[in-house]
Design a protein around this ligand. Structure first.
Ligand code: M6R
Length: 616
């Protein structure tokens, strides 16, 4: 969850580190810090609790001598409160010559710490990370070889970690290691970079190398060597980043989230591009050579949070179009029971980051039981992508705001492409019907643009409801996961109690929550859908209206019935009932974002959260 950056080369190291941290701040923003080594001054470190701005102020008040090698960190606190002392980097050794940053959790830190305390080592922080700094420093004092000291120590650590370490006595070298936590190398000319993801260095180079599980990197300005934990050299597999730094900047928008909501026509269009032909037929080259896909008899979708809601929407398409029994599992629940998984199970793991620990661990567990894994992922070279049998990348571009928006609509779109492709492969539906759905998918980017045009009206509503204590969301069919997603967005951004219910469940309990003035946002299905639930949802609206609810509906253009009963309606263009998911979520995203802004909250970096949840 923390952001990590390293640089060695001729540029101003502070500029590179602070620029990288700015782009990685979405990963965690409880504190930030940097260490650099200058040949004359030696190792210098500055760190501060709070967002990156606090570190920049500290650097203004207490400047350090800029240098040509350094490491930087932005923290999402796990062990120890988010204060100055627990901020990274952590220093090791009696003379504090070693500096270390860490992302993840060292699970055996208590026993390692006890061992060090017995040897008289004094700790400055409450973090698990500091043990690694002291262990490496002590090992280096014995071996006088930083790389072997580092290797000896990482072999003793359990849990999840990306570690970066520099030492004053070896001022040309950054050492890095990863286990169950992301790390990418950026390759430059006479300079090299390390980052938790490519955003850390994409302003400087697009040549990147993913570091594999249990690997160590020795990074110098003109060389990169990667070995496994045993010391055997491994080949580098280079890839080119397909977006540039401007894609990860706000570009004039008030927040990354506002920009990313507006990016959705492009995110969905790019995800469809090259996969859906103009006649509406689908062929996924990602399935070439993935022969096991024709043998599967059930699908389990594994994901967390918003990605799990994308999975819920996808489930409808997989069952209806491809006729394959499908269930959706929250990754952290799946792995801790005894799910029925075998060689005929296809696991579809959905993750924007491809680094969510719960999703990775559940996917590995399913693989061990024989399942085949297809990843739907937005991040090139991510661990999930590398560990899966096949990957369908969503081409949403970098998503920086903690609240997921464009990745969500792109994930649903990718899921629907998978469902259509499987339906084609299995001849599960008449070809013309499949082409008709494909034709509707092609219209989605333009239709999302139309929905975005209602942003101003949605903003007015958000301002009006900014003091609401609770907002309820209702939906049926694919509208149900959209209702849950709308509620999640409001909770995480505006800190308002919000819940999404299946509208049919209302009478089984939740209707008791309705009282005078209670805002309820209802995602209404199309009146024209073949299994239309429209009239049932309109009845639900009447039931809650009768009990005093303030009803805001998201409904298909021309839906006169809803207009009669709802207090306010946001319209979406007519489409296939399942594709309405990508349209009806847009006003809910804008609502949450604008309401949080109206409350004066930080839309991009809501409290207590981080973009990629790389701990369990
Ligand atoms: O990177 P992932 O898609 O695996 O992330 C999964 C969830 O942590 C993520 O969707 C989270 O729920 C977002 N904050 C929601 O906006």
């Amino acid at each position: 969850m923390c952001g990590i950056v390293g640089y060695v080369g001729p540029k101003s190291t502070l500029d590179v580190l602070l620029g990288g941290l700015k782009r990685l701040e979405y990963r965690g923003y409880d504190s930030a810090g940097v260490s650099v080594i200058d040949a004359k001054v030696g190792l210098q470190t500055r760190k501060r609790a709070g967002k990156l701005g606090a570190l920049i102020e500290e650097l203004e008040q207490n400047p350090l001598q800029d240098a040509h090698i350094g490491i930087g960190h932005t923290r999402w606190a796990t062990h120890g409160a988010p204060n100055d002392v627990n901020a990274h980097p952590h220093l090791g050794g009696d003379h504090h010559k070693l500096s270390l940053i860490h992302n993840g959790i060292i699970e055996n830190f208590s026993e390692l710490k006890a061992e060090l305390l017995n040897q008289g080592v004094q700790f400055s922080s409450e973090t698990d990370s500091e043990v690694a700094a002291h262990l490496i420093a002590r090992e280096f004092e014995k071996t006088k070889d930083l790389t072997s000291a580092f290797r000896n120590v990482v072999n003793r650590l359990e849990g999840a970690f990306t570690l970066l370490c520099i030492h004053e006595d070896q001022p040309d070298l950054i050492l890095a290691a990863r286990r169950n936590s992301p790390l990418v190398i950026g390759l430059g000319e006479g300079e090299n970079f390390l980052g938790s993801d490519v955003a850390a260095f994409v302003a400087h180079t697009k040549r990147a190398v993913s570091v594999g599980q249990d690997e160590i990197v020795e990074l110098r300005k003109d060389s990169v060597k990667v070995t496994n934990f045993a010391g055997t050299e491994v080949a580098l597999s280079e890839f080119t980043v397909d977006w540039d730094a401007s894609a990860a900047s706000k570009g004039g928008w008030p927040s990354f989230m506002a920009k990313e909501i507006a990016d959705q026509p492009q995110a969905v269009g790019d995800t469809l591009m090259g996969r859906l032909r103009s006649d509406g037929s689908v062929k996924l080259k990602e399935f070439a050579g993935f022969d096991a896909i024709s043998q599967i008899d059930r699908i389990i979708i594994i994901a967390c949070g918003t990605a799990a809601y994308a999975g819920e929407v996808t489930k409808y398409a997989l069952e209806k179009w491809a006729k394959i029994p499908t269930s959706v599992e929250l990754a952290h629940e799946f792995r801790y029971r005894d799910p029925i998984v075998n060689e005929k199970t296809l696991v579809i793991a959905i993750s924007q980051s491809g680094e969510t620990m719960d999703t990775l661990m559940a996917t590995r567990y399913a693989k061990e039981k024989g399942a085949k894994v297809l990843a739907i992922c937005n991040t090139q070279g991510a661990t999930l992508a590398r560990e899966s049998d096949a990957v369908l990348y969503t081409h949403a571009g970098p998503e920086v705001a903690v609240a997921s928006t464009k990745a969500f609509t792109a994930q649903i779109t990718a899921g629907q492409l998978v469902a259509l492709s499987l339906a084609w492969l299995r001849s599960a539906m008449p070809a013309q019907q499949l082409k008709d759905v494909g034709q509707e998918l092609l219209k989605l980017p333009r239709q999302i643009e139309q929905v975005l045009q209602q942003g101003k009206k949605v903003k007015e509503l958000a301002i009006e409801l900014k003091d609401a204590k609770s907002v309820l969301f209702l939906g049926r069919n694919v509208g149900f996961p959209i209702a849950m997603e709308g509620a999640l967005k409001l909770k995480e951004l505006a800190y308002i109690h919000a819940e999404g219910f299946a509208a049919g469940e209302l009478k089984h309990g939740p209707i008791a929550l309705i009282e005078q003035g209670q805002p309820v946002i209802v995602v209404v299905p199309s009146p024209k859908g073949e299994d239309s639930l429209h009239s049932k949802v309109v009845s639900n609206i009447q039931e809650i209206k009768a009990r005093g609810a303030r009803v805001i509906a998201v409904a298909e253009e021309g839906d006169a019935e809803v207009t009669k009963y709802a207090d306010q309606v946001f319209f979406i263009p007519a489409t296939h009932p399942y594709l309405a998911a990508q349209l009806s979520v847009v006003p809910l995203q804008i609502f949450a974002s604008e309401l949080a802004s109206a409350k004066g909250l930080d839309v991009d970096q809501p409290r207590n959260l981080a973009k990629s949840v790389t701990v369990e």
